[in-house]
Design a protein around this ligand. Structure first.
Ligand code: AMP
Ligand code: MG
Length: 423
């Protein structure tokens, strides 16, 4: 069994820097190198393929469009008949409808009435839109100022026969569903969706509907995990709440590892007295514990139990979401066969000042919003405690502050990562 390579700490004298900590970029690199994409594939009807990942390139068997055709309602003419100045009168000899072509030829001095999508008749290469013509019986008068080849959609200018229309490793979005239909493909080979087991650990956790005794909290992590996993497009296996009991933890982890491709656990990743995650993982699998140089979300466990990937996330409600977005999301994207695994980030002007000590990469919660002039800028949500879930709820992006950075003034440029991201 392989083990994620050990990560060498990066010593530094920064205030908040722990010399035994691991940089986010290093952890991400190790994770990506450790994970092999699922090789099982399923054949899926196009309509059911939305949000799945393509297992093979899809090649077009046809040109789209299949013939040169008109982009407008008007008249198909030969470019050589267009007047350089003044007007010319042509004779209308027939009609080319979408789906019902004109089977004659357009010879000099003649024109054919044509509808949008109608095949360009032989001899014609130009469309004059109907608004630019005067029609009187079968006489058609057109003026100057037209360009040879105008308003013609050429065969294959959307898709060329033989070309890859959709590459392996792409997430299927609504436009892709339409595109597959455009090239006449009814079924596609997709990567089997990963089965992801998830659970919460903690004696203080209560289910919704139960009474909270002193010190109890409702188990919110299993709900945010459920939502984030669902949006990723994996199969969900909810393993419930596991009590801080050595045998319960061992039983839950080994059961999850048998039925899932990946296991996500929240809580118990630190080394408190009631945290059995650490020792159980060492016993059952090969898992590394990383003290991440990030805020929030310091402790992180990653490795394997049997054939399942294992992610041990911190218990604090914000930390669990931040570590899920930053580590579990790209890892699962790789597992599910996606080529693009990293989120889109962009530079934006900061609207409020932010306090920060150097030494950790911070993922603060931000609100991206245009200012009065329509320029995009980012506001902080205020309190950034790792227990303040309302800060995640009010935010629409992370503000990413580099490890080395100290306080940041309003007006400076910062990187943001929108939660919804781009596909
Ligand atoms: P832990 O990582 O288990 O030490 O938990 C850290 C903090 O997160 C504690 O305040 C826990 O009560 C809280 N916490 C842990 N798991 C959950 C959960 N599933 N839902 C809400 N809060 C949690
Ligand atoms: Mg706990």
């Amino acid at each position: 069994m392989t083990k994620p390579d050990e990560i060498i700490p990066d010593p530094s004298c920064m205030d908040d820097f722990d010399p035994n900590s691991v940089r986010v970029e290093q952890a991400l690199e190790r994770m990506q190198a450790f994970i092999a994409p699922i090789s099982d594939r399923v054949r899926v009807p196009v309509r059911d393929a939305l949000w799945r990942v393509l297992a093979d390139d899809v090649t077009a068997a046809i040109n789209v469009p299949n013939h040169d055709n008109s982009a407008m309602d008007g008249y198909a003419v030969a470019g050589t008949d267009l007047p350089a100045d003044g007007t010319t009168t042509l004779h209308v000899t027939g009609t080319s409808w979408a789906g019902k072509p004109f089977d004659g030829e357009v010879t000099s001095g003649n024109a054919v009435r044509i509808m949008t999508g109608g095949v360009i008749p032989a001899g014609a290469d130009t469309i004059v839109i109907q608004e630019d013509c005067e029609r009187d019986g079968d006489q058609l008068r057109i003026g100057a100022g037209h360009r040879v080849g105008q308003h013609v959609r050429t065969k294959g200018d959307d898709v060329m026969a033989g070309a890859v229309v959709l590459p392996k490793g792409k997430r299927i979005i609504p436009a892709d569903v339409g595109l597959l239909a455009t090239v006449g493909v009814g079924e596609v080979n997709c990567v089997r969706r990963p089965r992801v087991a998830f659970m919460s650990t903690g004696d203080e956790l209560r289910a919704i509907g139960e009474t909270l005794n002193t010190g109890d909290v409702y188990d919110s992590n299993r709900y945010s995990l459920h939502a984030m996993l669902e949006r990723l497009g994996v199969e969900l296996l909810d393993m419930g709440v596991i009590r801080d009991d050595r045998d319960d933890v061992r039983e839950a982890f080994s059961r999850a590892a048998k039925i899932a491709d990946a296991v996500v656990v929240s809580g118990g990743a630190s080394v408190g007295d009631a945290d059995f995650v650490h020792e159980t993982l060492n016993e059952l699998g090969t898992v590394d514990f990383w003290k991440m140089a990030m805020k929030p979300g310091r402790p992180l466990a990653f490795g394997r139990i049997d054939n399942a990937l294992f992610f041990g996330l911190p218990g604090n409600p914000v930390s669990v979401m931040v570590t899920f977005y930053q580590f579990v999301t790209p890892a699962l994207k790789r597992l599910m066969g996606l080529t693009e695994t990293m989120p889109v980030r962009m530079p934006v002007r900061l609207a409020d000042p932010i306090k920060k000590s150097p030494g950790r990469l911070e993922f603060q919660r931000g609100i991206l919003r245009p200012d009065a002039k329509g320029q995009m800028q980012v506001h902080t949500t205020g309190g950034q405690g790792s227990h303040i879930l309302t800060s995640m709820s009010r935010a629409n992006c992370f503000i990413i502050l580099p490890l080395e950075s100290g306080d940041i003034e309003a007006g400076e440029i910062v990187d943001v990562e929108p939660f919804e991201g781009l596909v």
